[in-house]
Ligand binder design. Structure first.
Ligand code: FAD
Length: 385
């Protein structure tokens, strides 16, 4: 029996879900708010872990392509003191495949493949329990009905209110993001300082992280503790005003490090929000969540990985249920079995997400901490030997 399945959101979680269902020959409708795949910049590089994001790519039949595109050298990690002295300089072995990096755009294109995403379809809410299924409401006033609606629509999910009243809370840490292009030719000193992977400098309650993407693109994140309205007297659209504010905030740091802020183009404000460490909900037939919509956590290398694995696992469970029902044809039990598959998925997701939410929440406390030695200790704990 073919269930009517929709996923809201074409981020890493939603696309992996749809791609794995597609691989199993099960139809799925993908609704995405953005007008097109390139409607906005895709964001920084992602590292896919062997047992999480890479496992999901395997389930999607895309692991070989991922490994061919990804950058194992991007796992390199350098830590500098605020005076510019190198404290740690870790480089992966050429065959190190634990967490290779991939640009988000490349990952998205791999996952998109043959999928037919409905772009420009912003969902405003979903209504479960309508008799015929779950009603999806769109910003243009239209409605469609499905047996299962999966909310993979990120931090500010419009699907989430159908199952939970929780909303993200501010962590007390904010980030300003900037970027540099063509670093190897335009900023060779910065290119050397950043290296092939990431570079981080930890100060008191603030840090500066630079990450190399492909094509000589470097993303820079200035993260610091501040109240949410810290920029009340600053025009965030004025790059020079933001730059000057940040240079004041990081005063005393090595000029070579601050050059990352001096050379950055535009700045984007990214306050860090989280959902509760253990976010569960009473099961609602016909609606579930995955990825950031279910368990938004600090951005310490887990969110996309979890979203992807959840997408792959839920898709496999649905495909297995549909396959079993197909074998028995008229005896197919349909949405009742689908519901059991979704319940089992949720239990598994909640347990794994809770573990990672604890790790990343504690990690953020230590990486943006009054004691910069804490950040170095985190590095020692997670560093592969
Ligand atoms: C600076 C930074 C660095 C990070 N680095 C890493 C990393 O290295 N590794 C890692 O695993 N994670 C990382 N993360 C976390 C990761 O980006 C997220 O956890 C991940 O993108 C979540 O995927 P998702 O599919 O759940 O949601 P999203 O990626 O947020 O995708 C949601 C999609 O839903 C769409 N959407 C939203 N609302 C609607 C609506 N109403 N209707 C229709 N569509 C809608 C959005 O347009 C979007 O396409 C990082 C995060 C940040 C901020």
């Amino acid at each position: 029996m073919r269930h009517r399945i929709a996923v809201v959101g074409s981020g890493p979680g939603g696309l992996t879900f749809a791609r794995v269902l597609h691989r199993h020959g099960h139809p799925v409708t993908v609704f995405e708010r953005d007008a097109s795949p390139d409607a906005r910049p895709p964001g920084g590089t992602l590292d896919l872990h062997e047992g999480l994001g890479q496992l999901a790519m395997d389930k999607a039949g895309l692991l070989t392509k991922f490994l061919a595109l990804s950058r194992p050298e991007g796992q390199a990690m350098r830590i500098l003191d605020t005076d510019g002295t190198a404290l740690r300089d870790w480089r992966p072995r050429p065959d190190e495949r634990a967490n290779p990096e991939i640009d988000r755009r490349q990952l998205r294109d791999l996952l998109l493949g043959p999928l037919d995403v409905q772009w420009g379809r912003a969902v405003t809410r979903v209504t479960p329990g309508t008799g015929d299924g779950v009603l999806v409401h769109f910003a243009d006033g239209k409605q469609e009905t499905f047996d299962l609606v999966v909310g993979a629509d990120g931090a500010w999910s419009r699907v989430r209110p159908a199952v939970s009243q929780e909303t993200p809370r501010y962590t007390g840490v904010t980030a300003m993001e900037t970027s540099l292009d063509d670093v190897d030719t335009r900023h060779p000193d910065l290119a050397r300082m950043v290296g092939e992977g990431s570079m981080a400098v930890y100060g008191v309650n603030r840090n500066l992280v630079a990450q190399r993407n492909s094509g000589g693109h470097v993303k820079v994140y200035a993260q610091f503790r501040a109240p949410l309205d810290w920029h009340a007297h600053l025009d965030l659209s004025d790059a020079e005003a933001v730059r000057s504010g940040l240079l004041t905030l990081y005063e005393g740091w090595a000029p070579a490090v601050l050059e990352l802020l001096r050379q950055g183009a535009a700045f984007a404000h990214r306050p860090l929000y989280v959902l509760p460490v253990s976010h569960t909900w009473p099961h609602v037939p016909g609606v579930t969540l995955l990825g950031d919509a279910a368990h938004l956590m600090p951005p310490l290398g887990a969110g996309a990985n979890l979203a992807m694995l959840e997408g792959a696992e839920l898709a496999e469970a649905i495909a297995a249920d549909a396959g079993a029902a197909g074998l028995t044809k008229a005896v197919a039990t349909g949405p009742a079995d689908l519901d059991a598959a979704v319940r089992a998925f949720e239990e598994r997701m909640w347990a794994r997400a809770e573990k990672w939410a604890k790790i990343t929440t504690a990690g953020l406390e230590r990486l943006v901490s009054p004691d910069p030695a804490e950040a170095l200790a985190v590095f020692e704990e997670v560093q592969p030997s």
